[in-house]
Design a protein around this ligand. Structure first.
Ligand SMILES: Cc1ncc(COP(=O)(O)O)c(C=O)c1O
Length: 385
């Protein structure tokens, strides 16, 4: 949903943040307003502690977005002009943009059509002497197959930055996504499992990196006695106290949220079995999926007309995400052809994100699937004319 978009004709939204009982949240917001301390204070510290505990790591660094998280992760690793970083061709642009922003070169690899994630054997083929890091994306909360990716990274001395923007609570072989690589980056955008409005978090088990991340989000400043000193030029990527309070109000029931999402996804999957041209994203073996979004593939059908028709019926849907190599900037700069990463190009055209959020009802899913089936039938007929 584009902010400010007219929602008057939308009966079922694509996504809607869920706050449950708002009593506790209101108490925190009132406290913040009364204290008049609005940025990176006690609430941010508490929120970091809760997320770190949940993930089973010592420390977490809250920032102003998932993009900021990825950006300072790369700066902290020392990625610089001339370095190559391996990135999926099918992901949200931020994953590759941060590589460009530090002067590096994103090297794309195609994704698997079933899991929508990258695989180690494709990564191996593009490693060069300039490769410094890999950014596997746990797309829509679906864990990437990390064991072989970590094996390749270890063998070649590469850092791994997990883009776990939508994977808070997802697990790969009982390990939380975001805690497996060198660093893990999360987003708390309103379409994510918990939201701070805009916001993000970086985690790492490396204490030196944590120190560097803390400096980078706060202009590059570090405490030197009673004052701050500037150690390196940094960013202002701090999270607001009200954002942290929003996050705090949701993080305590994270497991319930995930169970709720798993139930919704299971219900969708059962119903969608009646539509042969629809396939659902598949998880690797031994994975727990937190389902940030529910994105299906419409085999050999373009998503654009379906999105338009469903909107006319009051149901808001959208594409899955982007094939980066066909976007103007990347295409112009690196002269890609759509066929360079064919699977990414297919999913860009054929994937459809269906309405999905905590608090939606099974009746809504009945209605969405019925409308999708009808729309695909109508579209089939008009294409056949
Ligand atoms: C895979 C992925 N990475 C990074 C981001 C960027 O996160 P943010 O919007 O919080 O900057 C997103 C946002 O949707 C995403 O989906």
């Amino acid at each position: 949903m584009v902010q400010g978009q007219d929602l008057s004709r939308v009966k079922i939204r694509l996504s809607k943040p869920y706050f449950g009982d708002k009593q506790n949240l209101m108490t925190m917001i009132k406290d913040i307003l009364e204290r008049g301390f609005l940025v990176q204070g006690n609430y941010v510290a508490q929120f970091e502690k809760r997320v770190a505990e949940y993930l089973g790591v010592k420390q977490a660094v809250a920032v102003s977005s998932g993009t900021a998280a990825l950006h300072i992760a790369l700066v902290a690793l020392g990625i610089e002009p001339g370095d190559e970083v391996i990135v999926p061709a099918y992901t949200f642009p931020a994953t590759a943009n941060v590589v460009e922003l530090v002067g590096g070169e994103p090297v794309f690899v195609d994704i698997d059509l079933n899991t929508y994630d990258i695989q180690a054997d494709h990564i191996t083929k593009v490693i060069s002497p300039r490769t410094k890091a890999i950014i596997p994306v746990h797309l829509f909360g679906n864990p990437s197959d990390m064991d072989p990716i970590m094996e390749v990274a270890r063998a070649c001395g590469l850092a791994v930055v997990e883009d776990a923007a939508g994977a808070l609570g997802s697990e790969y072989k009982r390990e939380k996504c975001g805690t497996i690589g060198t660093l893990g980056c999360f987003s708390f955008h309103p379409r994510k499992i918990i939201t701070t409005g805009e916001g993000g978090m970086v985690i790492t088990k490396d204490d030196l990196l944590v120190e560097s991340l803390r400096r980078l989000r706060n202009h590059g400043m570090k405490a030197a006695g009673p004052v701050l000193d500037l150690v390196t030029p940094g960013f202002n990527y701090r999270l607001s106290e009200t954002g942290a309070a929003l996050g705090m109000s949701q993080v305590n029931d994270l497991q319930d949220r995930i169970r709720g999402r798993q139930k919704l996804a299971g219900y969708y999957k059962n119903l969608l079995e009646q539509i042969p041209e629809v396939s659902v994203q598949r998880a690797p073996a031994d994975a727990t999926v937190a389902w940030q979004a529910f994105v299906v593939r419409l085999r050999e059908r373009e998503n654009g007309p379906i999105i338009k028709r469903l909107k006319e019926k009051g149901i808001e849907t959208t594409i899955g995400t982007y094939a980066l190599h066909v976007l103007k900037y990347y295409q112009n700069k690196y002269h890609f052809l759509p066929s360079d990463y064919p699977n990414a190009a297919i999913l860009f055209t054929e994937c459809l994100a269906l309405p999905f959020y905590n608090g939606m009802s099974m009746e809504m899913i009945d209605e969405i699937v019925k409308a999708l089936k009808e729309t695909l039938d109508e579209n089939q007929t008009s294409e056949g004319k």
